[in-house]
Ligand binder design. Structure first.
Ligand SMILES: Nc1nc2c(ncn2[C@@H]2O[C@H](COP(=O)(O)OP(=O)(O)OP(=O)(O)O)[C@@H](O)[C@H]2O)c(=O)[nH]1
Ligand SMILES: [Mg+2]
Length: 258
């Protein structure tokens, strides 16, 4: 009788389950990180968790480092210079590829993104010949939810989506989702480990680079929840920097420098 296949196996196109590395950038997530890491590791033996911490004052790195001694599938990348969501994301992709990941899951570490959606994301990614190289966890398609947030925050997200779609011409509904399932070959092709955005705009940078390469992008509905514990790092300043970063991406592309 043929063995039942699992989606990670199909996505790699091999008989062995592919290694799935979940990259979690953290800054002061000491109360959330182990809860999330445990749920991710419980998804299956092929799952590994890589926490990229920017020397958080609350000691997130210490907690993860200690837990990693007893859990070989939990890994820590402790950064001590050049703090930034984008820089951490970039280094996380580089490390995940070094670790031999066939699939990389990128997600926030504040429990806004729930592990239960990951198997579906991997299934939609499908085998290498599927033509799909990136799956977004989406709040903006049928079945997706962003119910926890106030209307101002949801309106900001909507406007940002409209702006990004108009400016960059990407045809997806949730351009700002930081919950993504990447095929290894996509990360290699867009050179994710050389991403230049220091902050959260790495999310738009990599989405744009993927779309420009003509790589298939799919969306899977997710329910987004507010962070479980701790404080948001999002400020008006980072929001405005995000808008100018998108303009810059368009400019770099128009001038042939992207
Ligand atoms: N390594 C690292 N991670 C960061 C940095 N800034 C934010 N993060 C992480 O990036 C993820 C997203 O940041 P959040 O503060 O949740 O930002 P947000 O999701 O836009 O805002 P909220 O919806 O209010 O939570 C979280 O896992 C943070 O811990 C940073 O400078 N370095
Ligand atoms: Mg968050």
């Amino acid at each position: 009788m043929p063995q039942p296949r699992n989606p990670a196996q199909d996505a790699a196109g091999t008989s062995r389950a592919t290694r799935v590395v979940c990259t979690l950038p953290t800054y002061n997530e000491s109360e959330n990180i182990l809860l999330l890491a445990r749920e991710l590791l419980a998804l299956g033996p092929e799952f590994e968790v890589l926490v990229i911490d920017d020397n958080s004052p609350d000691g997130t790195w210490r907690i993860v480092g200690e837990a990693a001694r007893a859990e070989p599938r939990l890994h820590l990348l402790h950064r001590t210079q050049d703090r930034g969501r984008g820089r951490s994301g970039r280094d996380g992709f580089a490390r995940a590829l070094e670790m031999g990941a066939g699939i990389v899951i990128e997600m926030d570490a504040d429990c806004s993104h729930q592990p239960r959606f990951i198997p579906r994301m991997i299934e939609v990614l499908g085998p290498p010949e599927s033509g799909c190289g990136l799956v977004l966890g989406s709040r903006a398609i049928a079945g997706g939810l962003d119910a926890d947030r106030g209307w101002t925050r949801r309106l900001i997200t909507r406007l940002a989506n409209f702006y990004i779609r108009a400016l960059l011409g990407v045809r997806v509904r949730d351009c700002n989702s930081g919950f993504r399932c990447w095929r290894r070959s996509t990360l290699e092709r867009i050179r994710a480990s050389e991403a230049f955005s220091p902050g959260p705009a790495i999310v738009q940078e990599l989405l744009y680079k993927t779309a420009r390469e003509g790589i298939g992008i799919a969306e899977v509905p997710i329910e987004f929840s507010n962070r479980l514990h701790g404080q948001s790092t999002l400020t008006l300043r980072t929001l405005m920097q995000g808008y100018t970063a998108v303009l810059r991406l368009r400019w770099l592309s128009l001038t042939g420098r992207l």
